[in-house]
Every structure is written in C-alpha cells, then in structure tokens.
Design a protein around this ligand. Structure first.
Ligand SMILES: [Fe+2]
Length: 192
C-alpha cells in the first residue's frame, strides 16, 4: 500500500508530470491486480514478482514527482506511534483524495480511469470519489485496518500528529496547499 500511495501521490501532487503519470498508472494497475493475490496466496511467486515490479515502478513515478499529505501524516504516525509506514499511508490515502478533491479532481479522475473504473459520463469529482472508494474496497479485500483507532493511535494524540505533520517535508508538494494544523486535524478525525 506504500507503493500504491507513492503512485497516487506522484500523479496528484503539484510536481506531477507525464513521466510520473505513466509510471504511476502502470504501478496502480499492477497493484490492484496482484496485491490481493499476494495476500491471499503468499506462495504465488508470479504475483509477488509483479507486486515488486509495481513497487519499483511506483518509486520511479514519485522520484519524478513527489509525495504529499499522506506521507507527511504517515511519517508522523510512524515516528510518534510506531504505525507501520504502509499501513499509515493506506489508512490516510482515500481521505487525502476526498480532501484534495476541489484542487485535483482531474488528476484523481485520471487515476480512476487507470484503475479501470466505469467513469464514462461521470464528472471528474465523481470519478475521483470512485477512486477513493476503490482504495477502500482494496484495503477491505486485503483485510487491513481502515481506521487510525485500530492501529494504536490515541484520539488525544491526533492534535500532536497534525502539529508535527505540518512541518514534514512532503507537505509542501501536496496537491492542495496546506498551511494550518486544523486542516490536517480534519483529515485525521475523518480517518479515526
Ligand atoms: Fe512511502
């Protein structure tokens, strides 16, 4: 899910560009297809190989762009509460799509099309929401937590997380500029 987040953030964030798009979209397709197989059938070496390739391609994607608010929060959750990096990203990723919607709906619509979702006739905003829902569907299928309350983050720690995440280096590249702790706290409360 860290690789999925690298790809989605690289495509949506401010420094997005056609190279990051191309690499990110292919990574997303491979992860949607093969990550559930890896989890369900751990000895499927073809699936695991494809997931490894997807992780590498997603790395190329964000090396040509950047990551944003999801990583700013995941770094902080790891540092303060030992939440594994991929899990923190996984929980925050769909919420970031909803948060950035008014700034980057067209980018998330591109991702929704890349995911193979039925976006014909839908607005960019509707397609973006479908992409967020597809991520929730994926993590449900994988059987991993979808809420911060499930991974050892205390509710009274959210303000501290928002505070620290505001000064994380990734935040300046987020699709939508973020200047206030309260904006991050809003995302955290939705994800709790
Ligand atoms: Fe990451």
């Amino acid at each position: 899910m860290d690789a999925m987040t690298h790809a989605v953030e690289a495509i949506a964030d401010m420094p997005a560009n056609p190279i990051a798009d191309a690499m990110g979209l292919q990574a997303i397709r491979l992860i949607l297809e093969y990550l559930p197989v890896c989890v369900e059938k751990g000895d499927d070496l073809l699936a695991r190989g494809q997931q490894q390739i997807a992780a590498t391609i997603a790395g190329v994607s964000f090396a040509n762009s950047q990551v944003g608010i999801v990583h700013a929060i995941a770094h902080t959750l790891g540092g303060l509460f030992k939440v594994p990096h991929g899990l923190g990203n996984s929980i925050i990723l769909p919420h970031s799509i909803m948060y950035n919607l008014d700034e980057a709906a067209d980018r998330y619509a591109l991702i929704a099309r890349g995911m193979g979702l039925e976006v014909e006739g839908k607005s960019d905003e509707e397609a973006a929401e479908m992409a967020a829902n597809a991520i929730w569907d994926l993590t449900k299928k994988l059987g991993i937590p979808q809420k911060l309350s499930e991974v050892g983050v205390p509710e009274d720690g959210l303000e501290k997380v928002a505070d620290v995440a505001l000064s994380d280096g990734s935040i300046v590249y987020n699709a939508k500029p973020i200047f206030e702790t309260s904006e991050i706290l809003g995302i955290l409360q939705k994800a709790y």
